[in-house]
Write a protein that binds this ligand. Sequence first.
Ligand SMILES: Nc1ncnc2c1ncn2[C@@H]1O[C@H](COP(=O)(O)OP(=O)(O)OP(=O)(O)O)[C@@H](O)[C@H]1O
Length: 291
Amino acid sequence: MAVKISIEHVQKSFRIKRNMGALKEEAQPLSALHDINLEVRQGEFMVIVGPSGCGKSTLLDLLAGLTTPSSGRILLDGKPIAGPNLDRGIVFQQYALFPWKTALGNVEFGLEAKGVGREERRKRAKEYIDLVGLSGFENRYPHELSGGMKQRVAIARSLAYDPEVLLMDEPFAALDAQTRETLQSELLRIWETTKKTIIFITHGIEEAVYLGQRVAVMSSRPGRIKQVIDIPFESRSSEEDLRSNPEFVRLRHEIWELLKDEVVRAQEQEKSKTLDSFKSADARKGVAKHG
Ligand SMILES: Nc1ncnc2c1ncn2[C@@H]1O[C@H](COP(=O)(O)OP(=O)(O)OP(=O)(O)O)[C@@H](O)[C@H]1O
C-alpha cells in the first residue's frame, strides 16, 4: 500500500512563561515532541497511544495543519501539509457541533464549504446520517441528542465532505463504557465501508488494540515514538469477541509493558509542574508580604 502520511523528524517546542519569583518572568522552551518519525499507509487504521501530556494532541494539531513543526516535516501524498484543508477531517473529544443547527444541518456544513449544491448536499448528508446509524434523528438539535449520538453526528460531518484522512483525537473518551464499545465497533464498520485512512489518538490500551492495525506507542514528554506494534487480526468487526481472544490479551499486555514506565514518568512530571507553580505562588506572596 502507498504511503499516505509521512512524519519526518518532527519536533515541536513551545515557549512558555515561567514565573521566577520577585515578579520576574522568563520564557523557556518546552519540548513537546522530539524527532517523531512515522509512516501511515493508504487506508490504514493507525492508533497512537501515550501517557497524559506526551504530545498526542500536539501531533494531531500538526497533522491537521493547525500548527507547524518547529523542525522536520509532514507530507500528505508526498506534499508538505501547509494548513487546515478539507482533505483531512477531524473529530475531537468534545463534539464541536453547531448548537443552532440540526444533526442534518451539522453534517451539511462541510459540504456547503466545499461548494456542493443544496439538493446534493441534503442527499449526501442523509447518506452519512444513515451510515452512522442516525436515521430518524436528522432534525434533532445537539441538545436533544445523547453524547454518543452527538459523536456520531461529528463523525458523519467529517466524512460527508469525503476527506482523504480522518484524524480522531480521543473521540470516545467522554462517553460511558457501553456507548464507547458500541461506537468502536461502528467506527470499524465505517472504516471498512469507506476505506479511509484513520489516525486515532487515545489513552486507552484496550481501545488501541481493538481498533488499530498498528499501534504507535509514545513516550512521556518530550514525546517520541517508542515502538510501533502490529495488530494482526484479520477481521475486527466479526461477531467473535475479540477482547477475550488470548492474542488480544497478549498484545494489550505488551503495550502496557511499554507504557507503564512512561505513565509513571508523566505523573512525576505533572507533580513537579504542580510543585513549581506552588513555589512561584509562594515567591509572589513573599514579595507581596515584604514589598
Ligand atoms: N500551546 C501550547 N503552549 C504551551 N505548551 C503547550 C501548548 N500545547 C501543549 N503544550 C504542552 O505540550 C505538552 C504536550 O501536550 P499535549 O496536549 O499534546 O499532550 P497529550 O498527550 O495530548 O495530553 P493528554 O493526553 O493529557 O490530552 C504538555 O506539556 C502541554 O502542557
